[in-house]
Design a protein around this ligand. Structure first.
Ligand code: HEC
Ligand code: HEC
Ligand code: HEC
Ligand code: HEC
Ligand code: HEC
Length: 203
């Protein structure tokens, strides 16, 4: 049916298509994979809250707003009441704080967009890491320099395990700016390894 050259061209075309399909499948996999997709994730927030201003310029510690990190597995985003401790009088008429005032008056929480999120089947415990003397910056980057919060680490299982095997290399030790209270003697000691058995992170 085909001449020899047509046949060759057809084979080349099919080979080309197969290569394209393979490249497509591989990039689809890697682009979907969290380690590639989520680093740099920086959603727009309903209120233009700036960590640089509040932490670096005003000197408010992380735990003033993220109150539960030292005591609970979960860290939380502050309630509107925390903002209003100051903004009832500071910049009380600012249009940038309109939504905060509405949230306060109507008693409806602000819908902050979640940035760091593990799948439900993986268990993470903030307080255990914080009380071991590991700084927020190890996992969230230098938040005090971020105008808008951006995901700095992949949050994959491989990432957790790299640090659990070699915590000294991957950890930033607790800094004063966070307001976290840890015993200086603890900070002077090297970190213990984190767990590597499946059931510690998958209950
Ligand atoms: C301890 C006091 C304090 C707390 C708590 C606080 N802020 Fe502020 N905030 C300030 C100060 C001071 C400024 C800067 C005012 C200026 O520029 O002179 C500011 C500025 C702002 C601005 C910019 C306003 C403008 O018009 O430029 C926004 C938006 C803002 N804060 C949001 C929040 C939100 C949201 C919260 C709660 C999560 C919060 N702040 C908690 C003290 C605070
Ligand atoms: C004045 C209150 C305030 C202070 C102080 C503050 N934060 Fe926040 N933080 C917020 C608010 C409000 C949000 C949610 C909006 C956003 O993502 O910007 C947030 C979000 C975050 C997030 C992202 C949460 C998510 O959805 O994954 C991280 C991480 C974080 N803060 C870490 C820190 C660290 C580390 C410090 C200290 C260096 C700090 N924050 C100090 C109010 C504060
Ligand atoms: C060892 C790594 C690690 C350290 C250290 C760490 N975090 Fe996190 N943080 C995470 C992970 C992982 C998540 C996502 C947890 C999940 O989805 O269950 C997260 C989520 C958060 C959130 C979002 C919670 C929510 O419900 O919206 C905030 C806020 C936060 N961290 C603040 C902090 C602050 C403040 C510190 C330091 C005092 C800190 N983190 C230290 C790894 C860390
Ligand atoms: C230090 C904590 C930790 C340990 C230990 C751990 N995992 Fe995970 N695992 C995670 C986290 C976090 C995720 C979700 C992020 C991701 O997909 O990489 C995950 C994801 C997974 C997934 C889904 C992977 C995917 O690509 O969808 C499987 C399967 C899994 N773990 C199996 C295991 C097995 C089996 C072990 C023991 C040999 C183990 N894990 C040990 C933290 C851990
Ligand atoms: C920057 C280093 C670092 C990273 C990143 C890290 N861990 Fe850990 N983790 C540690 C260290 C160190 C310990 C041991 C703390 C101690 O001595 O109590 C630990 C302890 C734990 C424990 C044991 C706590 C308990 O209740 O028994 C769990 C579970 C855990 N990590 C889960 C995770 C998961 C899931 C991730 C990834 C999402 C992660 N860790 C990322 C350093 C890290």
């Amino acid at each position: 049916m085909f001449t020899a050259t047509q046949d060759k061209k057809l084979k080349l075309a099919i080979a080309g298509l197969l290569v394209l399909a393979a490249v497509g499948a591989v990039s689809f996999y890697f682009l979907r994979h969290p380690s590639v997709m989520d680093v740099g994730y920086r959603p727009q927030q309903p209120v233009p809250f700036d960590h640089r201003l509040h932490v670096s310029d005003l000197g408010i510690s992380c735990v003033y707003c993220h109150t539960s990190v030292e005591t609970s597995p979960h860290s939380t985003v502050p309630t509107t009441q925390t903002c209003m401790n100051c903004h009832i009088s500071v910049k009380a008429d600012s249009p940038k704080l309109q939504l905060v005032r509405e949230s306060y008056e109507q008693n409806i929480p602000i819908e902050w967009v979640r940035v760091h999120k593990l799948p439900d089947y993986a268990f993470f415990n903030h307080s255990r890491h914080i009380n071991a003397g590991i700084d927020c910056a190890s996992c969230h980057g230098e938040v005090e320099k971020q105008g808008v919060i951006v995901q700095k680490q992949p949050l994959t299982m491989g990432w957790c395990l790299s640090c659990h095997r070699d915590p000294e290399t991957y950890s930033v030790r607790t800094r004063e700016i966070t307001g976290v209270d840890v015993d200086p003697a603890l900070l002077a000691r090297p970190l213990r390894q984190g767990p590597q058995n499946c059931s510690s992170c998958h209950h």
